[in-house]
Ligand binder design. Structure first.
Ligand code: UT7
Length: 324
């Protein structure tokens, strides 16, 4: 017998305002053609003035709890992944905790940028396996629009705002890959690549928030290699092959990166969940947003094998294999 973290509910929230490529092309030197061809992005959601990461996270969390039929007072822990917290401190998770009316348990943030949701899922899974929590809310929420340099066309066209959440519940499994729940998580980081993707500000360095800086092509090259490696690692750890997979739910940074991973796994493109076209890159929110979309529209069914993967600033990267 092993303890498994089963996804019993998922929910998401996107700000109302949709910004198209054409709209961006009015303010920066870019075009719908360039953005679509290079990234697959057609539009993204942007948070309203005053709408904060915790506001998006709260709505996604409420939707996930409702979907799973889980009451707030059952939740032992909130793990929230974000690189765009409301404030330097306290954790955005604690704000969500209060807004949910949750007065027990614990809440904290995890910072692994675009890999944040995989990191948060891994942390939550380990709390459940260790017997320290039974019901955990895992949230990925971002307002990346607030840390973009809107005059830098190489970054500002790529990102969007949003939030997604899942509710995990402890259930006993047999310890085989037939179990429902998270089968394994695999985390990596390599801090030597700091300069390829970072924010040029922070409380301890500049006392400002800063803006995203990225050497896109370099990040791209690392992403395709690291993601191929980590998905292989996740399958091997469970004695599975790509042919066993029902779905790939990747971080949504670039259609070409996603297609490259899908091709390496020899997955039919219809088995790869793609939301980058209408969400852009929502960093830690992108995987739960994509997962939730495919669960809500009925594509992902209970019992199916789902591979999640992401790569982001740090560098950080990781994967999680989940039987839904
Ligand atoms: O989520 C975290 C992880 N992040 C990623 O995975 C992002 C990985 N990187 C990428 O997705 C791609 O590298 C980008 C989409 C960022 C860029 O695509 P690329 O094919 O690597 O383009 P590039 O950076 O090599 O730029 C090609 C050209 C350059 O012009 P020159 O030097 O060839 O004249 C850029 O200045 O495209 C130009 N360019 C643009 N043109 C129009 C860069 N941004 C734009 C733009 N509109 N927005």
């Amino acid at each position: 017998m092993v303890m498994r973290s089963v996804i019993v509910g998922c929910g998401s929230y996107l700000p109302a305002r949709i910004v198209t490529n054409d709209e961006l092309a009015r303010t920066v030197d870019t075009s719908d053609e360039w953005i679509t061809q290079r990234t697959g992005i057609r539009s993204r959601h942007i948070a309203a003035e005053g709408e904060k990461t915790s506001d998006l996270a709260l709505k996604a969390a409420q939707a996930a709890l409702a979907h799973g039929g889980v009451a707030v007072d059952e939740v032992d822990l909130i793990v929230l992944a974000t690189a765009t917290p409301d404030q330097t401190f306290p954790a955005t998770a604690a704000k969500v905790q209060a807004a949910l009316g949750m007065t027990r348990g614990a809440a904290f943030d995890v910072q692994a940028v675009c890999s944040g949701f995989i990191y948060a899922l891994s942390v939550a899974d380990n709390f459940i396996k260790a017997g320290q929590a039974r019901t955990v809310l895992v949230i990925g929420a971002e307002t990346f629009s607030r840390i973009l340099d809107w005059t830098d066309r190489t970054t500002c066209v790529l990102f969007g705002d949003g939030a997604g959440a899942v509710v995990l519940r402890a259930e006993e499994g047999q310890g085989t890959s037939e179990d429902r729940g998270i089968l394994s998580t695999h985390l990596h980081s390599d801090g030597r690549h700091h300069d390829l993707l970072y924010v040029d500000g922070g409380p301890s360095s500049t006392q400002t928030v800063g803006h995203v800086r990225m050497a896109g092509q370099e990040v791209f090259k690392h992403a395709v290699v690291n993601l191929a490696e980590v998905v292989g690692e996740a399958l091997a750890a469970n004695g599975l092959t790509p042919g066993d997979l029902d779905w790939l739910v990747p971080h949504q940074a670039n259609r070409r990166i996603i297609e490259s991973t899908g091709r390496k796994l020899k997955l039919d493109p219809s088995r790869v969940v793609m939301t980058v076209d209408h969400h852009g890159n929502t960093s830690a929110a992108s995987i739960p947003l994509a997962l939730c979309e495919a669960v809500t529209d009925g594509r992902i069914q209970r019992g199916e094998l789902v591979l999640l993967e992401a790569m982001g600033g740090g560098f950080t990267w990781g994967a999680a294999l989940v039987r839904f």
